[in-house]
Design a protein around this ligand. Structure first.
Ligand SMILES: Nc1ncnc2c1ncn2[C@@H]1O[C@H](COP(=O)(O)OP(=O)(O)OP(=O)(O)O)[C@@H](O)[C@H]1O
Ligand SMILES: [Mg+2]
Length: 230
């Protein structure tokens, strides 16, 4: 299962949520973090950006071999493998390559959290469409919500994650009402979360304020299999 996190607005917290979701999955089972934005090495505290990566695989065309993933993969935490983005500044890939990547990754039984960034590229839109399990990350921000409802991938989304900043007037009911989607988790914007990211210690010290609500959200969307959801 591929859970695709994206946001219509930069800086919403998508990369942090995708990394935290993958770390929560890895507490229970072998899991993957699929980076299609290029932010994951930094969010996970790696000293370098691994290359090549999935963006290079997509540029090689839909016929690129699926076993190439083994050579791209980097272990980042116990039971968690990173599939890095690679060169984020090259030519955009074709939509067919995005669709082929989603099919190839979905053939692996390990659950994966995917960081799709702003999802403003045709290959990533095709990836999200094939993966089917989109989760939009938003803040209680009118401009962000307005962009989200107009985004082509909103029709594929199954829910939202709300990053709750103190002082915002739009809360969970407003977000659900505007997006027409359930808010799967509300995550408070906390300095402890920002500090853990800045210090590169998210994999070893995942704050409970991130881990607990995300565990419930992943359970709700069926990431842990039917057994645990029952
Ligand atoms: N729940 C949170 N509480 C506090 N700070 C957070 C939280 N989530 C993310 N941040 C911080 O907000 C900033 C943006 O987060 P992040 O990089 O995950 O956003 P993004 O949507 O991936 O941005 P971009 O569009 O640049 O890829 C980072 O400095 C991160 O540490
Ligand atoms: Mg990001």
């Amino acid at each position: 299962m591929l859970v695709c996190f994206w946001s219509p607005k930069g800086g919403s917290g998508t990369s942090v949520i995708a990394a935290a979701a993958a770390l929560v999955l890895a507490r229970e089972t072998d899991a993957r973090i699929v980076d299609l934005s290029g932010d994951q090495p930094a969010v996970l505290g790696l000293a370098h950006d691994p290359v090549p990566g999935l963006l290079d695989w997509m540029r090689a065309g839909p016929g690129a071999p699926a076993d190439a993933f083994d050579h791209l993969t980097v272990d980042v935490a116990p039971r968690l493998a990173l599939l890095p983005a690679g060169d984020a500044h090259g030519q955009p890939a074709a939509p067919e390559a995005g669709a082929a990547l989603a099919v190839a990754l979905d053939a692996d039984p390990r659950p994966a959290a995917c960081d799709l960034g702003r999802l403003d590229d045709p290959a990533l839109l095709a990836f999200a469409e094939v993966a089917g399990t989109g989760v939009v990350v938003v803040r209680g921000c009118y401009l962000g919500l307005r962009r989200a409802v107009r985004h082509p991938a909103i029709t594929e989304a199954i829910g939202a994650i709300l990053i709750d900043e103190h002082g915002r007037s739009l809360g969970k009911p407003d977000v659900e009402d505007v997006l027409g989607l359930p808010v799967l988790a509300t995550i408070a914007a906390r300095t402890s979360i920002a500090r853990a990211v800045d210090a590169g210690v998210l994999p070893t010290r995942l704050p409970d304020s991130l881990g607990r609500p995300l565990h419930r959200a992943l359970l709700a969307v069926g990431c842990f299999g039917d057994e645990q959801a029952a």
